[in-house]
Write a protein that binds this ligand. Structure first.
Ligand code: AP5
Ligand code: ZN
Ligand code: ZN
Length: 213
């Protein structure tokens, strides 16, 4: 399967991705995770992306299209993939269509994590992540077994620099202005499924499974 997860910051894309990935053996391509790794490693890409990310703005279409184009060539992505956080602009969606056409494949389904903005601040400010695996936790909704280390590796968890109430505001603005048109784009192609992303993780998981069965 070839899937796209779209939704505002904190809507649960990164939480559901590993579940879908394990069930269908797909590769998980999260542009945010890839960009954060590049920033941490201070690569040329990371240096270019950092300023926009810190402000909660989108990085340029060319940069993210480039990293996805490269990642789609990985052997592990040939049978299917989950795109988490890409495409985020209509230009990115059009470029993705070109990249897939070139490879003779197409997107099967787009899952829209629909949720009210009001719920997101609590989710974002309570989040802790394990950078190496991308696993996320929440002080209230998904606490780690031992605070604050990863359940699997025992390594320390960190908070994302852009997970503040102030930066969340600009991330939400970017979502409504630049990413909501992407939802229309896929709705017109009749491959969009809307999820009730405000429900507890297990219920969202059940909706995801139903959408994919
Ligand atoms: P990115 O990393 O993609 O961030 P985002 O889209 O803002 O999404 P998040 O990762 O914040 O949310 P999520 O939906 O994954 O939530 P999660 O499951 O962790 O992008 C970061 C930046 O990179 C962007 O601002 C931009 O600068 C740049 N960028 C990335 N892609 C780009 C692109 N394509 N183009 C241009 N720029 C790009 O859940 C959040 C919290 O809630 C967790 O603590 C979790 O435990 C908890 N939680 C999850 N589900 C539930 C639930 N059902 N109930 C209760 N709590 C829950
Ligand atoms: Zn995420
Ligand atoms: Zn809106």
């Amino acid at each position: 399967k070839r899937l796209i997860l779209v939704g505002p910051p904190g809507s649960g894309k990164g939480t559901q991705s590993p579940i879908i990935k394990d069930e269908y053996c797909l590769c998980h391509l999260a542009t945010g995770d890839m960009l954060r790794a590049a920033v941490a490693a201070k690569t040329p890409l990371g240096v270019k992306a950092k300023e926009a990310m810190d402000k909660g703005e989108l990085v340029s279409d060319d940069l993210v299209v480039g990293i996805i184009d490269e990642a789609l060539n990985k052997p592990s992505c040939q049978k299917g993939f989950i795109l988490d956080g890409f495409p985020r602009t209509v230009v990115q969606a059009e470029k993705l269509d070109e990249m897939l056409e070139k490879r003779g494949v197409k997107v099967d389904k787009v899952l829209n994590f629909a949720i009210d903005d009001a719920i997101l601040e609590e989710r974002i400010t309570g989040r802790w992540i394990h950078p190496a695996s991308g696993r996320s936790y929440h002080t209230k909704f998904a606490p780690p077994k031992v605070p604050v280390v990863d359940d699997v590796t025992g390594e320390p968890l960190i908070q994302r620099k852009d997970d503040t109430a102030a930066v969340l505001k600009s991330r939400l603005e970017a979502f409504h202005r630049q990413t909501e048109p992407v939802i229309d784009y896929y709705s017109k192609k009749s491959i969009l499924t809307n999820l009730h992303a405000e429900k507890p993780p297990q219920e969202v998981k059940a909706e995801v499974q139903k959408a994919l069965s």
